[in-house]
Design a protein around this ligand. Structure first.
Ligand code: FES
Ligand code: MG
Length: 591
């Protein structure tokens, strides 16, 4: 019998139509036929399209995909493909302890195994809640079969007593009111629940909306996908069109490696600044880039992104929520405005089969109050600063959320603009912070900087969203709502805190933060992009020599595996060994 494999059009035919191995072929056919696919369709020249289902009862932010699935499948059928839905390990930001960040790499790993080891020719990646989006894109980048992302969409706008109540953002505000004694426990809960009025993911420009905007800016979605609210009819239409489109992508062999170019990542960095996007985007984009084999460094975020102006007036950097963003045109409107100013790399290929420039032709802001122009932005220089010094090699600061009040209080001493010298208060983790923040013995005043350590990828494990620490209650009562905070963890994308975060390397692996002591003087110089402990070198070296890595306690086998293989936030927090694997779909038959 001659080997017909060379003539096969799709990898799924390795399973379903392989005369070289009738035994296995029959076994594959009988089992997939028994759940309603026919032999004829499985052996026809029709691609099998996987649908990576991230929604479930335990993952409410993505639950909408359970209802969108019929439209995705209809699109795939009408496009000429065969849909096959499969489950993805859940990553619910608000549900998983110790942190959902721990599971991004686990969902990535399991997606790689499914896409590599099953008869799948192309895949629809359902995305939504924070880490679901990067996990799906990382997996697709590693496997490199045709892939397209479909967001579930943000919730409807939340309202509380006639004011917009945005996901997360209302939590930070309500915590301060609770600390001031202005609201009680029940009102606190009612306020926060009001921000979640429907299915969908966070309705602020938190990490979920940010990462879906990143997927679109990278070219991994159809134009206009990311901002459509979950309950809108346009969302169902987008699900159908995305299903239809992936079939053509398989026929054209349009793969992540054709889309995820250096230019695509540069577009994403520019868009992140213009939308006031989350500080979680840099590690996630870094991870996607590394799995795609694209050079990107944390410093690129400042070089490419810092001077980009803020165009989107959406919480936490602005005032509106997801519905307004969608009605103003969503991501293509923001990109259209950026493009008019020459800030978009037009040539980047996208999932539509056209370049980004072609997709954006004719797009501009549909509401200038919500999406501004580059000529009249909400603010200039909205990107991240990347700081370094003896406390870390790199840490990020989101400048678009620095309020005038904060700038005035901490960064505007005459002749010293952008410089702040202060006394360090060091916490060993969130438990220590909660135990001691109101301890009068610490004598915290506005000339302090709050530090938190042991909360990075290895330390926490998974890296915790805890760097946006609230000042002591006594200072809040005096009207000081934000103090400078620094840490080796992350902060929520919905936070409006101007923290210095993602400090790498983290303290538990011997980063400089490990040697800082409460009472040390610390100097932040935004002009020089530095932060240093003002401790003389001999003393610093003495502390370094005396330092012992803390003992880390694992609660589950995955925590131990993760800690053994994870890298630093500046490098994407990847499983380092996984970054050596590229285009693994190519290496198929065994057997
Ligand atoms: Fe899931 Fe915000 S918590 S999207
Ligand atoms: Mg979060």
């Amino acid at each position: 019998m001659s080997d017909t494999r060379a003539h096969k059009r799709f990898r799924s035919q390795e399973w379903f139509d392989n005369p070289n191995n009738p035994g296995m072929t029959a076994l594959y056919l009988e089992r997939y036929q028994n759940q309603a696919y026919t032999r004829e369709e499985l052996q026809s020249e029709r691609p099998v399209i996987g649908i990576a289902q991230t929604g479930s009862d335990i993952a409410p932010c993505n639950k909408i995909h359970v209802f969108l699935i019929d439209r995705i499948k209809a699109g795939i059928r009408d496009g000429g493909g065969i849909p096959m839905e499969f489950p993805v390990h859940p990553i619910q930001e608000t549900g998983k302890r110790p942190t959902a960040a721990l599971d991004r790499n686990l969902a990535y790993l399991s997606l790689v195994e499914v896409l590599h080891g099953y008869p799948i020719d192309g895949v629809v990646l359902t995305t939504g809640c924070d880490k679901t989006t990067p996990a799906m894109l990382m997996g697709a980048a590693t496997v490199d079969i045709p892939a397209i992302a479909l967001n579930g969409g943000p919730m409807l706008d939340g309202w509380w007593k006639g004011k917009r109540a945005g996901s997360g953002t209302i939590v930070w505000e309500s915590r301060r009111l609770l600390a001031e004694g202005k609201i009680d426990y029940d009102e606190f809960i009612s306020r926060v629940c009001a921000s979640a009025p429907s299915l969908g993911h966070c309705n602020t420009m938190g990490t979920a909306s940010t990462m879906n905007a990143m997927a679109e800016a990278l070219g991994m979605t159809l134009t206009g996908n990311s901002a459509i609210p979950a309950p809108f009819r346009e969302r169902m239409n987008m699900a159908y069109e995305t299903g239809k489109r992936i079939v053509q992508m398989v026929l054209d062999d349009l793969k992540p490696s054709d889309i995820l170019s250096r230019e695509a990542f540069e577009n994403a960095i520019v868009v992140n600044a213009a939308i006031g996007g989350s500080t979680n985007a840099p590690p996630h984009l870094q991870a996607i880039a590394r799995h795609a084999g694209v050079e990107l460094t944390v410093k690129d975020w400042e070089t490419i992104g810092f001077e980009v102006p803020l165009l989107l007036n959406m919480q936490p950097a602005g005032e509106y929520l997801g519905e307004s963003f969608f009605r103003a045109g969503g991501v293509p409107a923001v990109m259209g405005e950026l493009r008019k100013a020459g800030l978009i790399r037009d040539a980047a290929m996208t999932a539509s089969g056209k370049t980004m420039g072609e997709n954006l032709t004719g797009w501009d802001s549909g509401d200038l109050d919500v999406i501004r122009t580059v000529a009249e932005p909400l603010r200039q220089n909205a990107g991240f600063l990347v700081l370094s010094g003896n406390l870390f090699d790199s840490a990020l600061m989101k400048t678009s959320v620095i309020s005038a009040d904060f700038r005035q209080r901490f960064l505007s001493q005459p002749g010293q603009e952008g410089i702040h010298e202060a006394r360090a208060i060091v916490f060993e983790g969130p438990e220590d912070y909660h135990d001691r923040i109101n301890d009068p013995a610490l004598n915290i005043d506005e000339n302090c900087i709050l530090f938190i350590r042991n909360v990075g990828c290895v330390g926490y494990p998974g890296s915790a969203e805890v760097v946006n620490m609230q000042p002591p209650d006594a200072l809040i009562k005096q009207g000081i709502n934000h103090m400078p905070t620094v840490g080796d963890g992350r902060q929520s994308g919905t936070s409006e805190s101007p923290s210095i975060l993602n400090a790498s390397p983290e303290s538990v692996v011997g980063g400089g933060l490990a040697f800082l002591e409460t009472g040390d003087r610390v100097r932040l110089d935004l002009n020089a992009r530095t932060m240093n402990a003002l401790v003389d070198e001999a003393e610093w070296q003495r502390r370094r020599d005396a330092w012992n890595a803390p003992e880390l306690v694992n609660q589950t086998p995955w925590q131990e595996i993760y800690r053994k293989h994870v890298g630093q936030l500046a490098d994407g927090g990847c499983l380092e060994l996984a970054t050596a694997y590229h285009k693994v779909a190519k290496s198929l038959p065994r057997d």
